[in-house]
Design a protein around this ligand. Structure first.
Ligand SMILES: Nc1ncnc2c1ncn2[C@@H]1O[C@H](COP(=O)(O)OP(=O)(O)OP(=O)(O)O)[C@@H](O)[C@H]1O
Ligand SMILES: [Mg+2]
Length: 321
């Protein structure tokens, strides 16, 4: 088995259960782990990369046990953490070279070639000899990816690879990830970007309070919702009484959002409800659900507000970008 397999993987921090009996499998695919702040994504990745011991349950990465065969696991994986920092006093090439040394590539000529290849993969060849402090946020993130690629891992863990990046850089990163998957790698990625997960992940798992609550291909999860999404914008407020069959989800910048089994059947009644409450419907639309709708239905009421503000992580993020 060249991927990841977990069985009831659990991590407690004192009385807090951060990861609660997680059972999943990922092989030769881009597997997206989605969930609110504090739902246990990073904790899961840290256990699978052997940086943290599990409280109970088990997992194998590339066929090796994460507790009993830590060094074998480490030899076949790479990890780009959520808040990793490149060394800004070094050039891009020096940063990657440092990693190649850490991974034990001793032969100088071989290391030179591998470092150059990794920089090429992430399109940093032109700027490889500039000091990293002159890099943009996107370039630094790409450099971190290059560092993770120096030893050709079989399983790659990426914790929020596109955080803080512009649209073009996000796309570049995902294109690299897709290429790596095509070369046979298994990639486990965490993200809060639903559109990106929908577009690039082969399968996703939604984790909430440490538990896997939904899993499947984005297409399957959307179809499984069996709902259409209705948007109504009006010059008044939400009517007190709504037709049975329309479920109010939220108010956002587009208007009032509802879900319904069959949007076109319920639309006339819904519009009438607004009119009889004395408001005028300015705009209405019906669309198929997207992955964000699936996510909102599973975790929409969990905004991670129970999580204390992580000052250290915030400062790290600010110095990096
Ligand atoms: N070292 C630690 N000691 C105590 N509690 C911790 C520790 N690390 C994480 N936690 C807690 O475990 C829970 C899961 O945290 P984790 O970092 O795995 O969440 P996450 O899903 O990665 O969140 P985010 O989306 O914000 O990165 C949170 O409640 C967090 O406060
Ligand atoms: Mg995290």
């Amino acid at each position: 088995m060249d991927g990841i397999i977990t069985d009831a993987l659990t991590k407690n921090y004192g009385s807090l259960c951060a990861v609660d009996g997680l059972t999943l499998k990922a092989e030769n695919e881009i597997y997206g782990l989605l969930g609110p702040n504090g739902s246990g994504k990073t904790t899961t990745v840290r256990m699978l990369t052997t940086l943290l011991s599990a409280t109970s349950g088990s997992a194998e990465v590339c066929g090796y046990d994460i507790e009993k065969e830590k060094s074998q696991v480490r030899s076949c994986i790479s990890y780009v953490p959520q808040d990793m920092a490149v060394d800004i006093r070094l050039t891009g090439r020096e940063n990657v070279d440092l990693f190649a040394k850490l991974y034990g590539i001793r032969d100088k000529a071989e290391r030179k070639r591998i470092v150059a290849d990794a920089l090429e993969v992430v399109n940093l060849t032109d700027r490889a000899d500039s000091m990293t402090k002159t890099y943009s946020g996107g370039m630094k993130r790409r450099l971190e990816l290059a560092q993770a690629l120096v030893h050709q891992p079989r399983v790659l863990f990426l914790d929020e690879p596109t955080i803080g990046l512009d649209v073009a850089s996000r796309r570049t990163i995902w294109e690299h990830i897709t290429k790596l998957k095509k070369s046979g790698m298994t990639i486990l990625v965490t993200t809060h970007q639903m559109e990106e997960a929908e577009r690039y992940c082969n399968r996703v798992g939604i984790i909430r309070r440490g538990k896997l609550i939904k899993e499947g291909t984005p297409a399957f999860l959307k179809a499984d919702l069996k709902k259409e999404i209705i948007t109504i914008r009006s010059d008044g407020s939400l009517p007190q009484s709504l037709p049975a069959g329309a479920t109010f989800i939220e108010t956002n910048e587009s208007g009032f959002i509802f879900s319904a089994d069959k949007g076109s059947n319920i639309m006339p009644e819904l519009t009438a409800a607004f009119e009889s409450a004395g408001s005028h419907v300015i705009y209405s639309s019906i669309r198929e659900p997207n992955l964000e709708d699936v996510y909102m239905q599973s975790c929409g009421d969990d905004r991670g507000d129970n999580i204390p503000f992580d000052d250290r992580q915030f400062r790290n993020l600010m110095t990096r970008r």
